[in-house]
Design a protein around this ligand. Structure first.
Ligand SMILES: *Cc1c(COP(=O)(O)O)cnc(C)c1O
Length: 382
């Protein structure tokens, strides 16, 4: 992926920075459109990466927006997503955020608790308006992914549990400023085995039938996101196999013809398009361990420290050299968890070499922070 042209360009730039491959994003969006049946509505989950340059391409490809904060709703609107294509999820929406979304008449609030239903109804009443809401259901489907990114189990904080459904319908009868328009599911993230999605379809079918029996044929069913990417093979698996993913829903999801189907994909769209590029500051040779100390750390990419995530590490200044030496690749931050990889095999690595941390386009730059008073990480597009 990194050509001589990239490396020449990078060598004149200050590190660290995020590099985004816009050609790959374009290709990914084309493959996504090809794989998804035309009647599926795909929303992009802004929380994976909300950079306006990327959002513009995603919006131009015809995707809607899935937001989890008021500022994400604002960003989506600024980047010209239509208000009627914006969904707003999140377990703790603040009043200010809800009011902002109400003022902009978004497509839907995905509501995560009975209490939240009452609050949105009251805020809509204050504005003499009505809010479209979907119930975010906790389907109790195990995503078999890292426990910090599993969301669809009873023990997780997200969504409304089936044992609450009768009570929710009773409460909804009394809330006249809500339009109950759909059901929403999202079971977790970085799901590579497709079986959880099959289980999700089966649960969604059952739950949808239950609501239909109670007299609610809802126009919108949202299956969330969570499709995983291959962090080990950023080149050969640069674009996710969207066809196999959608094939599961085509095969197992059984809705009524009038019901519209929605998805919210984040990582699978943007992860492979981004790399964090840094320089080696120091090499420190120990008795058993060599350290390559980078000018990027957990402040720029927190995933390894936060959920033991793997990112492929490459010395792109030595593209054709064999991997001869093992390094613990670490950042400059004063935390022992500030480590991108242990015993990583690299070519003999020197001060000034450019190091790429691959597959960092999703949940990378958006999670960057200023711990140790670090500067805002820059982004570069090509
Ligand atoms: C994070 C999130 C998504 C996107 O998840 P990915 O794993 O990035 O596809 C979709 N929907 C909701 C509600 C989310 O919180």
């Amino acid at each position: 992926m990194f050509t001589q042209k990239h490396i020449e360009h990078f060598s004149s730039l200050e590190t660290p920075f995020y590099f985004y491959d816009l050609g790959l994003l374009k290709k990914t969006l084309e493959e996504l459109k090809k794989a998804a049946p035309a009647h599926y509505h795909i929303h992009y989950a802004l929380k994976a990466n909300a950079h306006p340059t990327l959002l513009e391409m995603i919006r131009n490809a015809g995707l809607g927006a899935d937001c989890v904060s008021g500022n994400e709703v604002k960003r989506a609107l600024e980047c010209k997503f239509k208000n009627t294509d914006i969904a707003f999820a999140g377990v703790g929406k603040g009043d200010k955020e809800i009011n902002f979304a109400l003022d902009n008449s978004i497509f839907c609030f995905n509501v995560e608790s009975m209490h939240e239903l009452k609050v949105i109804d009251q805020l809509a009443k204050n504005k003499n308006t009505k809010a479209n809401i979907a119930l975010r259901i906790n389907p109790n489907v195990d995503a078999y992914t890292h426990k910090y990114i599993t969301t669809g189990l009873e023990e997780n904080k997200f969504g409304i549990n089936p044992y609450e459904f009768d009570a929710v319908l009773e409460v909804l009868k009394t809330l006249s400023n809500l339009n109950f328009t759909g059901l929403h599911f999202h079971i977790g993230s970085q799901i590579q085995d497709l079986n959880p999605f099959k289980n999700l379809c089966i649960r969604a079918n059952e739950i949808n039938k239950w609501f239909i029996q109670k007299g609610f044929l809802l126009p919108h069913i949202n299956l969330g996101g969570g499709l995983g990417v291959d962090y080990h093979q950023p080149e050969t698996k640069a674009v996710v196999d969207f066809s196999s993913y959608f094939a599961i829903f085509k095969q197992f999801l059984e809705l009524e013809p009038s019901q519209q189907i929605h998805f919210e994909l984040g990582r699978s769209i943007i992860a492979q398009c981004g790399s964090l590029i840094s320089r080696v500051l120091y090499i420190k040779n120990g008795i058993n361990t060599n350290f390559a100390i980078l000018d990027a750390g957990m402040t720029e990419l927190i995933r390894p420290a936060l959920y033991q995530a793997y990112h492929k590490i490459e010395n792109i200044s030595k593209p054709n050299m064999p991997n001869t030496t093992k390094y613990d690749v670490v950042g400059p931050i004063c935390e022992s968890s500030d480590c991108f990889g242990k015993a990583v095999e690299l070519p003999l690595t020197e001060r000034g070499n450019l190091i790429a941390l691959r597959t960092a386009g999703a949940y990378g730059e958006v999670m960057s922070n200023h711990y140790n008073l670090r500067e805002q990480v820059q982004s570069v597009f090509m």
